[in-house]
Write a protein that binds this ligand. Sequence first.
Ligand code: SF4
Length: 369
Amino acid sequence: MPVTGELRRSSADRVPPASSRGNIYERAPVSAGRINRLRPRKMVRWSAQLRGGVEPIDATVGIPRALLYHKYGDLWTAFFETLGVDTVVSPPTNRAILERGSRLAVDETCLPMKIFLGHVDSLMSQADYVLVPRVASLHRGETTCVKFLGAYDVARNSIPDARLIEYDVDVANGKRHATEIRRLGRGFERNPAKVGYAYMRARREANRLHSERALGNEQAALEPGLKVLVVGHPYNIYDEMIGAPVVSILREQGAAVLAAELADASRAKTLSARLSRDVPWTFNKELLGAVEHYREYVDGIVFLVTFPCGPDSLMTELCVRRLEGMPTLVLVLDELQGEAGLRTRLESFVDLLRLRRPKERTATTARVV
Ligand code: SF4
């Protein structure tokens, strides 16, 4: 059933600055990404400190710019900053980080996980501890990809001298994100009121930044001109080595790019039932619903999948089969992907969208591996 009516707008009713509108790459700078070398570091065991629940720790926390950073990065940096803890965020993914991660990971590991390991390893020389949460489930009756549950253990076993800090989120077993991150905060600050304040402040800041980006996306959907929806996880879309080339080539071709991941999550989850009720993974459910949310407003859809991802393969197959009349391009990327091949495929796709623009939509699907 097609979506009708106006696209839902974000609760933020003010128009954000031009830098944050309609451009999914112009994210706010990481405000807390710095190392304060003047502060003395107490090189103490984090776990002993936390469990003893006494002295706050004066240390630098490293945050890998990969996987859940693209969902919780604003919250993490604001949370630690408010607690007075220095943070350092790893740089955007580059060839060296990717190669580092590929060397550490087993061959079957998905590309984002390899990149993640590269980021964790790159932080070892810059931070006292690196943050690697475990996320098993974010909502009842749903799950996340097992890679989020295993990230901590994979990092610990792949990087033997890793100094990691973690918190567990498993809503199905009563471990909520808000509670668990505050528990982590108690390792740095004894006063629970201060930790609670830091969390609330960080939550508010993260929500504000997300609302601005989401509003920009919704506004871009309503503007005239050629529009392409990119469907992929934020850690794929915003990664310098995965999604950045795709988005910049589409833009060079004159297409406005919308990110499916910016659709309102609860509305997207409701809409996902139109395409499938059986997908158990929270993030894929949201992407499915986002496709349904934006399909009436875009000329074509690019699915950004990384090799070898099971949840994304299933979701993409479901969408392509059910999106009758919508031109789709499935890009399955791995670390060997060259930009020349990518460019040719995307240029052809945009040409095709342009050709059929004034005409009725007919089913067109291209698959690229
Ligand atoms: S959903 Fe796919 S790409 Fe993401 S972590 Fe899981 S296997 Fe990797």
